[in-house]
Unconditional design. Structure first.
Length: 397
């Protein structure tokens, strides 16, 4: 009988957003995991990992956790901050590296740090892989290497003369250019996963994130609380601005977010991302490809704005074409100041093909990503609101 070898893996980003879900899935497969974890003064590496995983793994976790080996290090350091002795101990032992670690911020002043972590960090991963004779690399990138490209962006596409909305997109684009150079040399198998905007449909563990969509939710909740406080302190002034609150806690905030109401954006569930990754890693014939881990159904900006604000019990906030440099109300200035890094995505014009991904879904009978619709948004809004202790949000079902 042909019994498949249980893999030994080296993973970065295991305490991030996607990483813990991936670690869980790989542990369930019986794999041995060497997990790169940064040192922090406030807690131990083991506690950090357990904090990330405990909410995802029910029941007795002791046997699963015994398959985790903790490697203290950092992708911003030479040799990942790993000693020569540890490096020699890993030589020939690691079947695959999963590189999930990344800095996800969009601010211009973070450009240098984004370059150091996302691009230079990946270069250090490749150097380390060569030292330990590991030839298989799985890299988690982003579909937004498409930048401001308008039209269908294929899995085989990368450089289409697109510009970029922020230094994060550009850092991930440059990282893929580097990886393409490594692939061209033919000495490593490098699989690239490009998820779109990842959201957690089901699990509360991730709801304290303030990355991407969750950053917009937090900004809207801060705005809502700001308006509620204004009503309490100076109701007359609030009414003059059109701000009101009814007996059910619904807050009217007259504001138009600049964007294209019939524009589209793509959101994908964490579960779909992980299940597709786990399917790809089953066979080496799936390696050396790019996979768009995206939703087959985009959501238009009008519905995204409507469902999100309703999910947070906010009324009269819409999306539409307008000049952000035009005269703004006090409320709009407050909100746009907190969300300006996200505003380019309200005029996003790219769609993503999924040729390689759909072949995997069919080959391994992986369920496709459910739509990011009113039901999904409503649940995320409720869970996120409660996790940040901004008060309860009633269901809109």
């Amino acid at each position: 009988m042909n019994v498949k070898k249980r893999k030994t893996l080296f993973i970065t980003g295991g305490t991030g957003f996607v990483g813990p879900n991936l670690v869980r899935g790989l542990l369930y497969k019986g794999y041995t995991i060497y997990l790169l974890v940064r040192e922090k003064k406030s807690t131990t590496p083991i506690k950090r990992v357990h904090f990330s995983l405990d909410g995802l793994i029910p029941g007795n976790r002791r046997n699963l956790y015994s398959n985790i080996h903790y490697v203290i290090g950092d992708i911003t350091y030479d040799n990942l901050g790993i000693s020569d002795e540890q490096t020699r101990g890993l030589k020939g032992k690691i079947d695959e590296i999963w590189h999930c670690s990344a800095l996800v911020v969009f601010n211009e002043h973070m450009r240098e740090e984004l370059h150091n972590i996302n691009l230079s960090g990946t270069e250090r991963i490749i150097e380390f892989a060569n030292k330990i004779n590991c030839k298989n690399i799985n890299y988690v990138g982003t579909a937004f290497v498409a930048g401001n490209y308008a039209g269908q962006f294929k899995e085989s596409d990368l450089s289409l003369n697109q510009g970029f909305n922020n230094p994060y997109e550009e850092s991930k684009f440059k990282t893929e250019l580097f990886l393409k150079e490594i692939i061209a040399k033919g000495k490593m198998n490098i699989t690239i996963f490009r998820p779109s905007i990842v959201v957690d449909y089901d699990r509360k563990r991730a709801m304290t994130s303030t990355i991407g969509y969750y950053g917009m939710l937090k900004a809207l909740l801060i705005l809502k609380n700001y308006c509620i406080n204004l009503i309490k302190v100076n109701n007359t002034k609030a009414k003059e601005s059109g701000i009101e609150m009814d007996c059910k806690g619904n807050v009217t905030i007259p504001m138009t977010i600049p964007g294209i109401s019939n524009g589209i954006l793509n959101f994908v569930s964490t579960d779909f991302v992980i299940e597709t990754m786990l399917a790809v890693e089953q066979d080496q014939e799936n390696y050396n490809k790019v996979y768009h881990l995206t939703n087959p159904i985009d959501i238009n900006m009008r519905d995204l704005s409507k469902f999100t604000t309703q999910g947070l019990n906010i009324n009269n906030t819409t999306i539409g074409e307008r000049d952000i440099n035009s005269k703004l109300t006090r409320i709009e200035k407050f909100f746009f100041n907190k969300t300006k890094v996200y505003l380019p995505y309200f005029t996003f014009k790219a769609t993503f093909d999924r040729y390689n991904t759909e072949k995997i879904l069919s080959k391994y009978s992986v369920a496709d990503c459910p739509p990011f619709d009113r039901k999904a948004i409503d649940k995320i809004c409720r869970d996120f609101t409660q996790s940040l202790d901004y008060g309860s949000v009633e269901s809109n079902d």
